[in-house]
Ligand binder design. Structure first.
Ligand SMILES: C[S@@+](CC[C@H](N)C(=O)[O-])C[C@H]1O[C@@H](n2cnc3c(N)ncnc32)[C@H](O)[C@@H]1O
Length: 242
């Protein structure tokens, strides 16, 4: 049963915070981190758990996870992202999610928020997330599907006409590259592809696939091909390692 705490009020609060991402990132990431803690806690207790945050940037979620009692370690390959809030934060490792420098079966929870669409080989990163999770542990991965309204990130909605076109159009309009460059740091990832991986992997069982920001009663969207790509906004996969 998806948590009934996923209400319309919560969706509105998240959307309002998202609108302030550029002007007040601390507020946005604070709201998102608190929501992630609540959402993960529906599946697995955080208190005392070791959590690896793949693509955690400067550790936006570190405080919230630690406040919930988890031992938090973050990984990100980008020094600019790691130091986005000042000095390199404690507990962060510089590495890629596609080659995690972590022992097999060593973390209770492997978490990733809004990273898979920035990785050229997302299936490899998902396999790595499952590998480092202990048997019985939880993998929690979310991403923005390409065909969602925000799929092209700052080049949206032009990504619907193609990622290459959207990137060129952005350069023409703004006079500089977008932060998320199609083909370099932004790639096409669909819900269909993620679900095929989740149902096909032999090392973990898919517990839940749900639209991350939607109210609980809208979870059915994920079961409808085409509609789910357009209307989910963000997909969460929850898996249990065998
Ligand atoms: C949109 S940010 C998401 C940050 C944070 N997880 C959140 O949800 O707000 C995407 C992050 O993915 C990171 N990233 C890009 N490629 C990666 C890779 N191969 N492995 C791990 N992280 C990666 C970027 O450096 C960046 O910090």
């Amino acid at each position: 049963m998806v948590g009934r705490t996923n209400t319309v009020d919560r969706s509105v609060q998240l959307f309002r915070a998202f609108l302030k991402e550029q002007t007040d990132p601390d507020h946005f990431y604070g709201v998102l981190a608190a929501d992630s803690v609540r959402q993960i806690s529906e599946y697995v207790p955080l208190n005392g758990a070791t959590i690896l945050d793949v693509g955690g940037g400067p550790g936006y979620f570190a405080d919230a996870f630690r406040a919930a009692g988890a031992r938090y370690v973050g990984i990100d390959p980008d020094v600019g992202e790691l130091s986005a809030r000042g000095d390199l934060p404690a507990g962060m490792i510089r590495a890629s999610g596609t080659e995690l420098p972590i022992r097999t079966g060593s973390v209770d929870i492997c978490y990733s928020s809004n990273v898979l669409e920035h990785v050229a080989d997302p299936v490899r990163m998902l396999d790595e997330m499952v590998r480092v999770t202990r048997p019985g542990g939880t993998v929690f991965a979310s991403f923005t599907p390409w065909f969602s309204p925000w799929g092209g990130h700052e080049t949206a909605p032009w990504h619907f006409l193609g990622g290459r076109y959207a990137r060129q159009r952005y350069i023409r309009e703004k006079g500089h590259e977008p932060k998320n460059k199609f083909g370099e740091s932004l790639f096409v990832l669909t819900i269909g592809k993620a679900l095929r991986w989740a149902r096909g992997t032999s090392d973990a069982v898919l517990v839940r696939a749900l639209p991350r920001y939607h109210p609980w009663w809208a979870t059915w969207i994920v079961r409808v091909p085409v509609l789910r790509e357009l209307a989910s906004w963000n997909l969460v996969l929850v898996l249990r390692k065998r």
